[in-house]
Design a protein around this ligand. Structure first.
Ligand SMILES: NC(=O)C1=CN([C@@H]2O[C@H](COP(=O)(O)OP(=O)(O)OC[C@H]3O[C@@H](n4cnc5c(N)ncnc54)[C@H](O)[C@@H]3O)[C@@H](O)[C@H]2O)C=CC1
Ligand SMILES: O=C(O)C1=N[C@H](C(=O)O)C[C@H](O)C1
Length: 264
């Protein structure tokens, strides 16, 4: 069965890869591409913008096309609009935008009462697998004599607007839940004093065109384990999101994550 998809933020870095890879997938039909009307490429053909040639789908704010799922990689205001579009169209929603405020998150949870929603800060298979591995490590190390110190490092491209990454925050949350950690800090300076164990520190690095890298450190007295997961390009996120759209279209209303999609 072919899943008809709409892409929100279609002229963006991720949007362009979704257009390119979605167009190659015979089980998908891109029927709408949404963009912010102030974007310099607004009104142009989404395929041309993505560098794959004409698609006959123009970057718009409104459409009469019917779609089964909408995929959002945009900004918080765009994500808000995507939720409304999905609910109005009774379509599934794949929510990938990070850096959302509590009001946006509440709207997504509310939408999941009436439509299927896949919501994840990373659509990558290896990132979601690493989250599982970190949960195993956190469970095993939570009561280790001497304690285990957890730090989350992330590197992204210079254009990224939110810090730390949504993925880093999710790593922290999953580990904290397993280890009973309640304090979170962002970098350190001055004389913060000896490190308490009941703390996870995030470190966000922004350089060049890095498509995303996360390292999770569990530091013990005498030994350290680090897990690193690294994207070589953005296609791991785009293929995950396209898979999520196929998974969610036609599902019962509810909140799903990438473990559901990937069977992890
Ligand atoms: N969950 C995941 O796997 C991943 C999530 N992301 C997240 O996706 C988001 C987008 O990332 P990029 O593509 O790198 O950003 P980008 O800045 O290249 O693209 C965002 C696009 O959204 C458009 N936009 C702005 N307002 C809009 C509106 N009201 N309606 C529709 N479109 C609108 C912008 O004009 C732009 O083209 C970020 O929050 C990023 O953290 C990025 C990669 C993977
Ligand atoms: O902005 C990005 O590029 C990415 N953002 C996501 C995040 O904030 O976790 C996912 C990925 O790391 C790429």
């Amino acid at each position: 069965m072919v899943t008809r998809i709409a892409i929100n933020g279609a002229a963006g870095r991720m949007g362009q890869r979704l257009v390119a890879l979605g167009n190659e997938d015979k089980d998908l039909d891109i029927v709408a591409c949404f963009e912010y009307s102030g974007h310099p490429k607004f009104g142009q053909d989404a395929g041309i913008v993505a560098g794959i040639g004409e698609l006959d789908v123009v970057l718009v704010e409104e459409t009469t096309a019917q779609y089964d799922a909408i995929i959002d990689f945009s900004v918080p205001a765009g994500a808000h609009a995507a939720v409304e579009r999905a609910v109005d169209a009774k379509a599934a929603l794949v929510m990938a935008t990070t850096g959302l405020e509590e009001e946006h998150k509440a709207k997504i949870r509310e939408a999941a009462n009436v439509i299927p929603v896949v919501w994840a800060p990373s659509m990558s298979t290896t990132v979601n697998l690493t989250m599982k591995l970190c949960e195993i490590a956190a469970e095993a190390l939570k009561d280790i004599p001497g304690g285990a110190d957890v730090e989350v490092l992330e590197r992204h491209h210079r254009f990224k607007e939110d810090s730390p990454s949504g993925t880093a925050l999710r790593f922290g949350e999953l580990i904290a839940n397993k280890m009973g950690i309640t304090n979170f800090v962002h970098g350190r300076e001055g004389r913060p004093g000896a490190r308490p164990h009941n703390e996870i520190a995030y470190h966000a690095i922004r350089t060049g065109d890095n498509p995303g890298e996360h390292t999770i450190i569990f530091g013990l007295l005498g030994e350290t384990i680090e897990m690193t997961v690294r994207a070589s390009n953005r296609d791991c996120y785009a293929t995950g999101a396209l898979q999520a759209a196929k998974f969610a279209a036609g599902k019962k209303p509810g909140l799903y994550n990438m473990n559901d999609v990937l069977g992890l």
